[in-house]
Design a protein around this ligand. Structure first.
Ligand code: HXC
Length: 257
């Protein structure tokens, strides 16, 4: 009998959610989508958590949506099942998300990593959108996010062929922030997340919103939006603390206000 499909732990201001369904290569079943969404919502609502890491195991991040659960799904089912709700739920997370990828990140697994704000990958990681080989196309943002990051030509090749790319190529293409040696990927991701978690949390959330707006808006609207968010940051107690600490040559003590 399989246990909980995700496990959670915290490490120094970082919430870690790990997919744990090894018998199905961490395939994203409706239960996994629900459990993952719940864990992320809970960390996002926790003022003690400044960054969230989503991880799998050494062998696999996630092999995509659960093909066995999908095979008999009707058109109507596809519109209402948990994966349809999961992606907007993930996008609503204000806390920065780091994907820690080792092994396969395929289909919905690749899209889950791409939907995170940063990706740390083991040298053993392999990314790909194999949906085309199953007669479908990516449905969790893969076509849009790959085209924005890689450009149309490169994205088209990956989506039309289903070709997998290794961590080094993913890094060269700009999908991955850093590549680690085998076995060091989770610690490296948590270290990056802890660096973010030490920063003032309101400014972190505003900064995340500002960078994400770059994909959504024209430059002039994006610049105006950034300016409003900057002004909001100026209204926080933490920025008074941060600036005072700098001038007084001491460490700041941020309180999330
Ligand atoms: C359901 C899966 C699965 C998946 C693996 N399994 N991936 N079950 N959904 N996505 C199951 C297998 O059926 C098998 O079950 C067991 O896990 C072990 O898999 P193997 O293939 O034997 O393992 P291995 O040789 O290590 O190969 C690993 C792998 C391969 C390369 C990851 O399993 C694979 O290619 N998986 C499918 C990848 C894929 O096509 N993903 C896209 C899905 S569509 P049994 O019962 O035989 O032990 C998608 C759409 C997203 O993601 C839309 C938005 C949400």
């Amino acid at each position: 009998m399989a246990g909980e499909p995700v496990t959670v732990e915290t490490r120094g201001g970082v919430g870690i959610v790990r997919l744990d369904r090894p018998e199905a290569r961490n395939a994203l079943s409706p239960e996994v989508f629900e459990a993952l969404g719940e864990a992320i919502d809970r960390f996002d609502a926790d003022p003690g958590i400044g960054c969230i890491v989503i991880a799998g195991s050494d062998e696999v991040f996630a092999a995509g949506a659960d093909i066995k659960a999908m095979r008999d799904r009707s058109f109507q089912d596809a519109m209402t099942q948990p994966s349809a709700r999961f992606w907007p739920r993930l996008a609503a997370c204000r806390t920065p998300l780091v994907a820690a990828v080792s092994g396969f990140a395929l289909g919905g697994g690749c899209e889950l990593a791409l939907a995170c704000d940063m990706i740390v990958a083991s040298e053993t990681a392999e990314f790909g959108q194999p949906e085309i080989t199953l007669g479908i196309i990516p449905g969790g943002g893969g076509t849009q996010r790959l085209a924005r990051v890689l450009g149309k030509q490169q994205a088209m090749e990956l989506v039309l062929t289903g070709r997998r790319i290794r961590a080094a190529e993913a890094h060269e293409l700009g999908i991955v922030n850093r590549v680690t040696r085998e076995g060091e990927w989770l610690d490296a991701a948590v270290e990056l997340a802890q660096l973010v978690a030490r920063r003032p949390p309101i400014a972190v959330q505003l900064a995340k919103q500002a960078v994400l707006a770059a994909d959504e808006t024209a430059l002039s609207a994006g610049l105006a939006y950034e300016r409003r968010l900057f002004e909001l940051a100026m209204a926080t107690e933490d920025r008074v603390e941060g600036m005072s600490a700098f001038i007084e040559k001491r460490k700041p003590r941020f309180r999330g206000r």
